[in-house]
Design a protein around this ligand. Structure first.
Ligand SMILES: Nc1ncnc2c1ncn2[C@@H]1O[C@H](COP(=O)(O)OP(=O)(O)O)[C@@H](O)[C@H]1O
Ligand SMILES: [Mg+2]
Length: 218
């Protein structure tokens, strides 16, 4: 069975149909990019695949779990434990250090505090941020903030990491570093990524590119 599979996912906003029957399957360890014109429904699809939003109809299975059968509370728990997100703007909490930001999803999952801190430190080390542990987001560069967001996405060893325009706010040098990082994490950890991007280089690096047009995967 695929790691993630959808059947006929549909989603409208009022009378505007955005997703008109999305069928796709993602295998473990794949890096898949999603491209399409602005307004094509990429973010809408990513939010549904990431269980942040529910479709009007259709099914989503992740790791064998029929996710939209779950109630909101169960779904929040599933999301915390099994799914990681990296957004265009890093969404780090400004009052917390890099280390604390990375730890939070682990604490929310109720994991052992010492273990979470240790894993967070190891992740930040691996991402080249060993000397930024106690920095606030405002004290870090855009690239460092985004790598901290990647560490946060990985803290609970998610089945899948979803990224929505993760390099959209970075200069080309930092964008390239971030893209390399995704592939390093896939090669080293077998991490699965689904990445929405305008960046043609990143889209071209992926194992597979899905294009959304007129509410469907081409
Ligand atoms: N919360 C919302 N309410 C109403 N319309 C929305 C909402 N979110 C997105 N849309 C509309 O749905 C379409 C797809 O949006 P989106 O998924 O954000 O596209 P993309 O990420 O590909 O640029 C757009 O026409 C957008 O205006
Ligand atoms: Mg979008």
């Amino acid at each position: 069975m695929s790691l993630l599979q959808t059947t006929d996912i549909r989603r409208s906003y009022g009378s505007l149909p955005v997703l008109k029957g999305i069928n796709l399957a993602i295998e473990p360890g794949e890096v898949v990019s999603i491209v399409g014109a602005s307004g094509a429904g990429k973010t809408t699809l990513l939010h549904i695949l990431g269980t942040l939003d529910r479709p009007d109809s259709g099914h989503l299975t992740i790791d064998g779990e029929n996710v939209f059968k779950q109630n909101d509370r169960q779904l929040a728990r599933f999301r915390n434990e099994r799914i990681g997100f990296v957004f265009q703007f890093n969404n780090l909490l400004p009052e917390f250090s890099a280390l604390e930001n990375v730890c939070l999803p682990g604490f929310i999952a109720g994991k052992d505090e010492k273990e979470v801190r240790k894993r967070a430190q190891t992740l930040l080390d691996t991402l080249g941020l060993h000397d930024r542990l106690n920095h606030l987001p405002s004290q870090m560069s855009g690239g460092e903030q985004q790598r901290t967001a990647v560490a946060r996405a990985l803290i609970n060893q998610p089945a899948i990491v979803f990224a929505d325009e993760p390099s959209g706010n970075l200069d080309s040098r930092n964008a390239e570093d971030l893209h390399q990082l995704f592939f390093r994490l896939r090669n080293d950890l077998g991490q699965t990524f689904i990445i929405v991007t305008h960046n043609e280089t990143l889209a071209g690096m992926a194992d597979r590119t899905l294009t959304i047009r007129d509410g469907l995967i081409e």
